[in-house]
Design a protein around this ligand. Structure first.
Ligand SMILES: Cc1cc2nc3c(=O)[nH]c(=O)nc-3n(C[C@H](O)[C@H](O)[C@H](O)COP(=O)(O)OP(=O)(O)OC[C@H]3O[C@@H](n4cnc5c(N)ncnc54)[C@H](O)[C@@H]3O)c2cc1C
Length: 388
């Protein structure tokens, strides 16, 4: 049986960045990668969007998202130094726009909320929106410019992190972990699906939507949330200059350009369909319809790729970080819609927990134990639109 100080399970952004940080700390690390082509980390749009991605009910998560956003510039510089290649980071801004009067009302309500939270967002008229992004439809009613929401080409980042990890001494192991082995509630290693065993006193579970499938670990409430995205190629046509998010006739769509200009990501559907991997006619139709409503020229771009990915969803949409009942097993999963954004802070706090046994205060609200608490009694509120 071969072994390592730490086995990291999962070769997406979270597992690869964590393995890199652990190797930087001087540990002998084996990274069991699974199937990288299926990773959400390759499908994602790569928005780094603590502000435009926030919702009225996710204030605890907002703090973690902001903490990770602040780490991004330094993290990206370190990735460049360690890999010798680009990190994929593209520095902001993001423009959120509204298509019709109802969408505008929704955007204004959101803008009021951001203001109450002290989050920077500049309200723009329709004309001002088009000055920032000339490809916008003249019908756009108004918008919000958010300077702190950037983007990253997540495929470029995953490649760079893979190189950085290997150069720092991480051993890549091809295959899937079937079971985390333990003795007297203490981790002793892992067994792979092909029967290979790896001895280790420490295991990091970072396999995204598949976390609940690994045997020998406590119950981890992670489920796959299907998302379809399109990758369009503008060819010789101009592409958008910045990330555009839209409330478009009651739907939501985003259009994320890459630095090189040959790829525009349009997303995304949100579907509770388990690991269904079908690209559907309806999904593609809705994404193209909503993108064209906001950026008419997008209808003339070539469809380069259609993708399906699975966001690792949790009951409160926040990640699961740190310890669990099994000593030596550290969790780094459940990053749902924000895993690209959360890569720097997750890698830092997970590596620090493995090496010191201390969970960074920024990660404390996200430990698995939060799901053990008694649920608070819920009061049903009647809203203007409720029928029940
Ligand atoms: C359509 C879509 C759009 C998104 N857009 C954004 C965005 O704009 N911004 C943002 O921040 N986030 C976004 N996300 C979310 C983000 O992609 C995820 O939160 C993040 O990629 C999760 O990373 P991960 O490394 O935990 O999991 P993954 O990237 O899914 O990687 C998990 C890896 O583990 C492997 N694996 C599985 N089981 C095992 C096993 N038993 N043993 C070993 N390996 C195993 C898998 O094969 C896979 O390679 C999006 C997601 C989707 C689906």
């Amino acid at each position: 049986m071969s072994g390592a100080d730490v086995v990291v399970v999962g070769g997406g952004l979270i597992g690869t960045a964590t393995a890199w940080r652990l190797a930087q700390a001087g540990l002998d690390v084996a990274l069991v990668v699974g199937e990288r082509s299926l990773a959400a980390s390759r499908v994602a749009a790569g928005m780094l969007a603590p502000v435009t991605e926030t919702t009225f009910t996710e204030r605890t998560l907002l703090a973690l998202n902001q903490a990770s956003g602040e780490r991004w510039p330094t993290f990206a510089d370190e990735v460049v130094d360690a890999s010798g290649g680009p990190s994929g980071l593209r520095r902001g801004p993001t423009l959120s726009v509204a298509s019709d009067a109802d969408d505008l009302a929704r955007l204004r309500t959101f803008a009021d909320y951001l203001q109450r939270q002290g989050l920077a967002a500049e309200r723009l008229t329709s004309r001002e929106c088009r000055a920032h992004e000339p490809l916008l439809a003249p019908t756009v009613r108004g918008g919000l410019l958010v300077p702190s929401d950037w983007s990253c080409d997540n495929r470029v980042l995953l490649e760079a992190l893979t190189t950085a990890a290997e150069r720092t001494g991480v051993r890549t192991v091809t295959g899937f972990v079937k079971r985390v082995e333990s003795d007297a509630d203490r981790v002793t290693g892992v067994t792979l699906v092909d029967g290979t065993t790896l001895a280790a006193g420490s295991v990091v579970l970072a396999n995204g939507s598949w976390a609940a499938q690994v045997e020998g670990v406590p119950d981890v409430p992670v489920r796959p949330v299907k998302g379809q995205v399109l990758r369009l190629d503008p060819g010789r046509l101009p592409g958008p200059g910045l990330t555009v998010r839209a409330f478009s006739r009651g739907n939501e769509v985003y259009v994320v350009p890459r630095e090189h200009g040959r790829e525009v990501v349009v997303g995304a559907t949100v579907e509770e369909q388990g690991f269904d991997d079908r690209v559907t006619a309806g999904g593609v139709y809705e994404l193209l319809r909503d993108a064209r409503q906001v950026i008419p020229l997008s209808a003339e771009y070539a469809i380069a790729e259609t993708n399906v990915g699975w966001r690792p969803g949790t009951p409160d949409n926040a990640p699961i970080l740190g310890p669990c009942a099994l000593e030596g097993l550290t969790l780094a999963t459940g990053h749902h819609r924000n895993g690209v954004l959360l890569t720097p802070v997750t890698a830092d706090v997970t590596a620090a927990y493995v090496t010191t046994g201390v969970l960074d205060p920024v990660a404390e609200p996200f430990a698995l134990g939060r799901f053990d608490r008694e649920p608070a009694p819920t009061r049903r509120l009647r809203t203007a639109g409720s029928v029940a």
